[in-house]
Write a protein that binds this ligand. Structure first.
Ligand code: 13P
Ligand code: SF4
Length: 357
């Protein structure tokens, strides 16, 4: 029963004390969030993983790329567990290393290899945190960097100081929305389709581009529409609309604000009692915020609900099982990134932590 699972988790946590660190993403269900030592956005959780050398075991209640990042940034003697290995991210799966390597060689061919008069290299690769360790390692190898939704603008600015162009993967929307904020015209942004090789006539188009966007997207955030925002504004005059930057450019432009999950949480926390806030992000987070602030009206823009089905796979039964396996000394679902990949990926992650400490 739910009560039994709750009791098993509480008991396991008590047995492990400070040797255990449970990290939970904001999209996790309430029955998981209540057990987490830290709940945060993907940037905050990555930092949390670097700050607890005393915790021998890190249990990551989130998705696969987050647990990989925790393993890369934590000490080698710390274990990282993802309670359910099938908790992936469909967006992260939209770019694999072979496709990125292939894209890179085609772009290098199209854009030339020399630096310009400001000493900038032809292209800097940026990978969104929502990507495999292999793609982070690619960025480490090629002078690139990692970003999250909370620092994409600062990271892009860093990249444009060093490169004439940026190849941004896998989320086209975060890339495009951030490019727009920085004043890059749409004509200087070019979409990269990994399933269609570049035709000879396209080489010039890519060479002229400033921002090359991988054709990935989040199926949860892609559901939000401008019509939903219009409906919310008609139903609640004065409503504040805030959305995650994984939403389309049209949705972000129609909203009043955009930012990471931590930004969304903060906006709602700081809103005056009586405020009405419509949110474009995952439903578990929105519902939790609505319950947490009964003096404010908080609702999700998508009336049909939009859970992240993979985040939801971290069920308390998996958490209890994972914790007990640590106590029994036979850890299940441990996430280990091989040391060569981890070393290169760490370079790209540390660049990000330098830009956005
Ligand atoms: P945040 O970094 O804003 O938490 O976003 C992670 C994510 O997967 C959003 O879909
Ligand atoms: Fe991936 Fe979208 Fe889920 Fe975030 S909400 S973990 S981007 S599928």
């Amino acid at each position: 029963s739910d009560e039994e699972l709750h009791a098993r988790i509480v008991e396991a946590k008590a047995k492990m004390g400070s040797s255990l660190l449970i990290l939970g993403h904001f999209y996790q269900r309430d029955e998981i969030v209540e057990h987490a030592d830290y709940v945060g956005d993907s940037f905050q959780l990555a930092k949390n993983a670097t700050e607890h050398a005393d915790a021998q075991h890190i249990v990551f209640c989130g998705v696969h790329f987050m647990a990989e990042t925790a393993d890369i940034l934590s000490l080698p003697e710390q274990s990282v567990t993802l309670p359910n290995l099938s908790a992936g991210c469909s967006m992260a799966d939209m770019a694999n290393i072979d496709q990125v390597e292939d894209c890179w060689s085609q772009l290098m061919e199209a854009c030339g290899k020399g630096t310009d008069d400001k000493g900038r290299v032809p292209i800097i690769p940026i990978t969104y945190m929502n990507s495999s360790a292999a793609l982070k390692a690619f960025c480490g190898r090629h002078g690139g960097i990692v970003c999250t939704s909370s620092n994409a603008r600062a990271v892009l600015a860093w990249a444009f100081e060093r490169g004439q162009r940026v190849l941004f993967f896998p989320d086209q929307h975060l890339g495009r929305n951030t490019g727009m904020q920085m004043g890059i015209p749409l004509e200087r942004m070019q979409l990269w389709n990994p399933f269609r090789p570049m035709g000879g006539s396209q080489a010039m188009t890519y060479a002229k581009a400033k921002l090359i966007l991988w054709r990935g997207f989040c199926s949860v955030h892609q559901r939000f529409t401008v019509e939903q925002i219009e409906k919310a504004r008609a139903a609640y005059p004065g409503v504040k609309v805030i959305v995650h930057p994984e939403c389309s450019m049209e949705v972000v432009q129609a909203a009043d604000g955009t930012g990471s999950t931590a930004y969304i949480v903060k906006e709602i926390e700081q809103a005056k009692p009586g405020s009405v806030i419509a949110v474009g992000t995952e439903i578990n987070l929105v519902n939790r915020l609505a319950a947490q602030y009964p003096d404010k009206t908080v609702f999700c823009l998508d009336p049909v609900v939009c859970p992240c089905s993979t985040m939801y796979r971290i069920h308390p039964a998996y958490l209890a099982w994972a914790l007990e396996s640590i106590i029994e000394g036979d850890i299940v679902n441990r996430i280990t990134v091989d040391s060569d990949t981890a070393a290169e990926a760490r370079i790209a992650l540390e660049r990000m932590l330098e830009v956005h400490p």
